[in-house]
Design a protein around this ligand. Structure first.
Ligand code: TYM
Length: 332
């Protein structure tokens, strides 16, 4: 079986619809075809200030949501990044083969450091992409399911894998991004020119999976469309409507042409009302399942402990090989 790896940050409160459609759904699908490893990346989270109690709660909440979304601990390996020290250890080697200028060109660092103020940005935020590279390379991943915003980090991963291999001998698999075009970028419901995100979206444009279903329905009913009335997929001319059609199509399995036909001659109101209903049907059981995992922290923690053990078996072997190639004295 080919390998898959992906990581997701333990964000405050809830994952949003962009995380789910762009990434988490693909995690769920790939457990059927791949030997899949998924990590709640708490080491990445501390690149910006975190309240310790909240971070701990958010990491468990992230794991609970991933399980509620359909990750099955019998079919994939789910773990918390800080439980597997090899991530930080391999990241060091990656830091040491990355050019300062190369790291400076990472657009997500530029965006985030601009947002936090250049003086507030930590060295950890700067070296974040090399930690992500280490995450992926430790598992010899073939496929890395992510949204469009991670593409540049995947290119860096490929470059560093090739660089290490050519300098020290074949060690790492060079991974491929697994980015599904249709859902690679889900947009803000109020401003369909920007991607849905915790940091950039307005509260009304951001769909949190764990929000009250009624509040979520309301957001869809007041989603921004355009002054035209035609329900047609056209990402350039009709970004708002197209975003709604993408969400609708992905959640129900109905094709876009089918939806265009279904709503031909009907107003935007009908589309929004139906989509609000589709969302409510999706998030209601999702919230319940998440809560059930949170209500049983022992089971949750034991799933994560088993996951970490499995992950370490693979990660420690890869790290040992990389250490050996670099010329470190064996620690026997
Ligand atoms: P993160 O935690 O910001 O986001 C998790 C996943 O959600 C995707 N995503 C979206 N997809 C479509 N539309 C959107 N609006 C949208 N917003 C977010 C992201 O692309 C991502 O796949 N650096 C990563 C975490 C990470 C990682 C890794 C990923 C750490 N190590 C190794 C893959 C492999 C991040 O911050 O994602």
């Amino acid at each position: 079986r080919p390998r898959a790896f992906s990581g997701i940050q333990p964000t405050a409160g809830s994952f949003h619809l962009g995380n789910y459609l762009g990434a988490i759904r693909q995690y769920v699908a790939l457990q059927e075809t791949h030997d899949a490893f998924y990590s709640v990346v708490d080491l990445h989270a501390v690149t910006v200030p975190q309240d310790p109690a909240e971070l701990r709660a958010n990491s468990r909440l992230a794991a609970a949501q991933l399980l509620a979304a359909g990750l099955d601990p019998e079919r994939c390996t789910l773990f918390v990044q800080s439980h597997v020290p090899e991530h930080a250890q391999l990241a060091w080697l990656m830091n040491c083969i990355t050019g300062f200028g190369e790291a400076s060109r990472m657009t997500q660092f530029k965006d985030k450091s601009a947002r936090h103020g250049a003086d507030q940005a930590t060295v950890g935020l700067f070296t974040y992409p090399m930690l992500m590279v280490a995450d992926i390379l430790l598992y010899d991943a073939d496929a890395v399911p992510v949204g469009e915003d991670q593409r540049q980090h995947l290119e860096l991963t490929r470059n560093l894998a090739e660089r290490f291999n050519s300098r020290f001998g074949a060690t790492f698999k060079v991974p491929e991004p697994h980015i599904l075009k249709e859902v690679a970028k889900i947009y803000d419901l109020q401003d369909p020119s920007v991607k849905m995100s915790k940091s950039a979206s307005t509260p009304k444009g951001l769909v949190n999976l764990l929000d009250e279903p009624k509040a979520t329905a309301k957001k869809f009913k007041s989603a921004v469309t355009d002054t035209d009335t035609e329900i047609r997929f056209d990402a350039e001319a009709k970004p708002g409507v197209s975003n709604l059609l993408t969400i609708y199509s992905t959640l129900t399995g109905a094709g876009i042409p089918e939806l265009e036909q279904k709503y031909a001659g009907k107003g935007y109101g009908a589309l929004k009302t139906d989509l609000a209903e589709v969302m409510v049907e999706f998030v209601t059981p999702f919230r319940e399942r998440t809560q059930a995992y949170l209500d049983d922290p022992e089971t949750l923690d034991s799933i994560l402990a088993k996951g970490a053990e499995k992950a370490r078996t693979v990660a420690s072997e890869t790290l040992a090989q990389a250490y050996d190639r670099v010329g470190f004295v064996p620690a026997k």
